[in-house]
Structures are given as C-alpha cells and as structure tokens.
Design a protein around this ligand. Structure first.
Ligand SMILES: Cc1cc2nc3c(=O)[nH]c(=O)nc-3n(C[C@H](O)[C@H](O)[C@H](O)COP(=O)(O)OP(=O)(O)OC[C@H]3O[C@@H](n4cnc5c(N)ncnc54)[C@H](O)[C@@H]3O)c2cc1C
Length: 391
C-alpha cells in the first residue's frame, strides 16, 4: 500500500535533525511529511549544548524566543582535572564571545528543544507529522524515492531526506559501514538541582577530564535541573558482547576521581547507559533525489558537543539549496553535499581528537594541562572555524 499519493518531501526520522529540516524546508515554501518510528516524538531526559553556529540557524527558523524560555546562558566553559580537582583552562562565553559570534552559547534540556521544534512544526501548515512508521528499506526511483515501512505501508516522494540517526536505514544506499565503537560508555541524566549539595553554579559548563574518562556538568531548564554525563572506557569492552560498561565498572573507574565528582556520581541514574559510537566520514551522501542529514550522514562523538549543532546547520543548508533549485533537485542535493561534507568531516575528526586529549593519562595529561594553562580564556582563535561558521 502506498500512503497519500506522491509526497513533495518525505523526512524519515523526527529527531532534532529531522524536525529542524522539516521546519527549514517548510519555511522555504516546501510541503513536508515527517515519519518517525517511535510512538511519540521525543528526546531523552538529558542536556544539550548549543553553540553559536547552531543558534544562528535557530534564529533564522524563528524559534529563539521559545528556546529562550527554557535555556541557560552560561558565562564560561571550564576544563578541570578530574583527579587533581584543579582548573586546566576555560573559555569565556561573555560579551566578547557573543560579539564575536553574534549569538550566545546555551545549554538546555533536549526535550525542551525537541518540544520547541515540534510545536513550530505543528504550527506550520506545510508540515504533516506521523509516528509509528518505521522505515525498513528505501528505493531510489531516479525521479523520486520510495520508503517501505516495517508495517507494510509505503511512501513515495519527489525528495526524501534520511534523518534517521546513527543506525540509519537510508545510509545503506551510500555505504555498508557500521558504527565504530572503542569501548566508551556514557551514563547521563538531569536531576533537580537542589539534590546536589554543591555544584558549579548556573554560570558554568564544566568538563572534568581524566584517564579514559570525562564527566560533564551544566544546568538546564532555566537552572531547575542539573545535567550530568559520566563517560568512561570499559576494560571489558568486546564488539561481540553487550555485557560491558556496567554500573559496577562505572564506580570502579571513577574511584580514582576527586571527592567532588564521586559525590555527584552517587546521584547519577544507573538504569540506562549509552555506548558511544561514530562512523568515518563518507564523501557521498546524496543520490538523485535522496539525501542524508544529521547523524545519518555524519555521526560523531559528542566530545565537542556538535552532533546536533551540525544537524541543525545541515537543515538550513539543505533548505536553502533546495529552494534555490526547486526544478533541479539532484543539482540542489549535489550542492548540499558539496557544501557540507568537508565541514562535517572536519567536525567528526576533531571530536575524535578532542576525546583523545580529554582521556590522556600520566605524562600526556601533565603536558596537556601545562600547555593549556597558558592559553587565555578570551583566546577564540581555535574556535573560529567551528563557532564562526555561517550556513
Ligand atoms: C552523550 C551525548 C551527548 C551529546 N551532547 C551533545 C551536545 O551537547 N550538543 C550537540 O550538538 N550534540 C550532542 N550530542 C549529539 C546529538 O545528540 C546528536 O548528534 C543528534 O541528536 C542527532 O540528531 P539526528 O536527528 O540526526 O538523529 P537522532 O537524534 O538519532 O534522531 C533520529 C530519529 O529518527 C528515528 N528513526 C530512526 N530510524 C528510523 C526508521 N528506520 N524509520 C523512522 N524513524 C527512524 C529515531 O527514532 C529518531 O527519532 C550528544 C550525543 C551524546 C550521545
């Protein structure tokens, strides 16, 4: 069965990337249908950092006033040594930062961002949304695409966007690769801020780094909740097993960290863990009238907090190029690929390298700390390529 005749645009996946893409395309005049496999559009109960390169897109989409109702605007990013509890370096996110990048750096709850995007999509007459539709296969029809769902329904569209995340079905049209894991696992969640007897305040995003681990903390939801992410490398990692990165291993790995971190760790949720993965950059992610975006196109480690930011950048780039060549969609998609592959590959590779820097031990960690101690908090030169980018 083919649902609803031929659609102008079908977006597969209703996460942050898929909804931002639907909104950007619709605001550029294109009708969009979004299908999502889950029963509800939703995000997990944890935080998200959004840098100026994504804020500028969200501004363009007209959702910043709503985002401002939920966000926290920190004044610095602080790197701390997780063992010695000493400050390594920091980035000043104050007036000079905002002036340089023309937008602030914010932190917010993922669910709040998803709700803002979802409400904006629901208010947009060109967007229709559907849940419980899991795409099992995608056919390239040359002049369009067909998405076949696990429940037997099918959709044909003039333009199909694969926004279906790390385990993307759409990506199979472009690559037979698989997610790459190297044994890192994350525990994360946001808890009422009053449950912490001490924390780093509403002004700080804090990144504690140590041997094969890092621990991130920042406030979300106007400062009512405190987000914590505990990452470490499991000594029992095996690609053939799921039994690694357990709460016992978390406690054993974090036993070496300072008293403050161990106190905070006691409040972490332990009922769910996320195994970390990325994939290598690929050179092609568009074909005829099919394109990938977000984690489906360029999944990356979260170590520079850019996965969602890059998905949001993709959304606007894609919408602008499709709007510029509505009668030649393959050319529009080729231009989108050209515009985005190099940048997102650089972000993917930088995220990996930054993880290696966080997770140093011994003399490597000593050298890292010494070298970073000399940089000024207002030195943004290494950040310009990332935060200064405009779609
Ligand atoms: C611990 C951690 C912290 C992070 N912190 C940050 C941060 O601070 N800042 C930042 O910018 N990024 C961060 N990221 C990365 C960010 O979460 C992702 O890059 C981003 O969510 C990707 O969005 P997406 O829409 O492309 O994919 P997803 O969020 O994975 O969404 C894909 C959607 O598609 C649906 N779907 C999947 N398969 C199908 C199918 N076959 N049919 C239909 N629907 C389907 C899924 O249910 C989902 O709703 C972090 C990641 C992790 C793991």
């Amino acid at each position: 069965m083919t649902a609803a005749g031929r659609l102008p645009t079908l977006v597969v996946g209703g996460g942050i990337g898929g909804l931002a893409t639907a909104l950007a395309l619709a605001r550029a005049g294109r009708p969009v249908h979004v299908i999502e496999k889950s029963a509800e559009f939703g995000e997990i109960g944890a935080g998200l950092q959004l840098a100026p390169n994504a804020m500028h897109v969200l501004d363009h989409l007209g959702v910043l006033p709503e985002i401002g109702k939920h966000a926290v605007y920190p004044s610095r990013l602080v790197w701390m040594d997780a063992i010695a509890a000493t400050r390594i370096t920091e980035v000043d996110l104050g007036a000079a930062f905002k002036e340089r990048y023309r937008h602030p750096y914010i932190v917010m709850h993922r669910s709040d961002l998803l709700s803002v995007l979802l409400d904006a999509c629901r208010a947009e007459r060109r967007i229709t949304l559907e849940t419980r539709r899991e795409v099992a296969a995608i056919d390239d029809l040359g002049d369009g695409a067909r998405a076949r769902c696990a429940d037997g329904t099918a959709y044909e569209a003039d333009l199909l966007i694969g926004a279906d995340g790390l385990h993307s079905t759409a990506r199979r049209l472009f690559s037979d690769d698989a997610p790459i894991r190297d044994g890192y696992v994350a525990y994360r969640g946001a808890i009422p801020i009053e449950r912490l007897s001490t924390h780093a305040g509403l002004d700080n995003v804090v990144m504690w780094v140590g041997p094969d681990m890092h621990f991130v903390q920042y406030p979300v939801r106007r400062g009512e909740l405190y987000n914590q992410v505990a990452v470490f490398r499991s000594p029992r990692y095996s690609p053939l097993s799921e039994d690694w990165g357990t709460p016992d291993e978390l406690d054993a790995h974090y036993a070496q960290t300072c008293d403050y971190i161990r106190g905070c760790l006691a409040l972490m949720w332990r009922d769910r863990r996320w195994t970390m993965a990325d994939r290598k950059p690929i050179a092609r992610w568009t074909k005829n009238r099919i394109a990938l975006m977000g984690d489906a196109a360029h999944p990356m480690y979260q170590y520079i907090a850019q996965g969602a930011c890059q998905a949001i950048e993709d959304a606007l780039a894609l919408a602008r190029l499709v709007a510029a060549s509505p009668d030649d969609l393959p050319a529009a998609l080729a231009a989108y690929e050209q515009a985005r592959t190099r940048r997102t590959a650089r972000v993917q590779i930088t995220a990996r390298a930054m993880g290696a820097l966080f997770h140093l031990d011994g003399i490597g960690a000593v050298l890292r700390n010494e070298m970073m101690a000399t940089r000024s908090a207002a030195d943004y030169t290494m950040l310009d390529w990332l935060y200064g980018h405009r779609v």
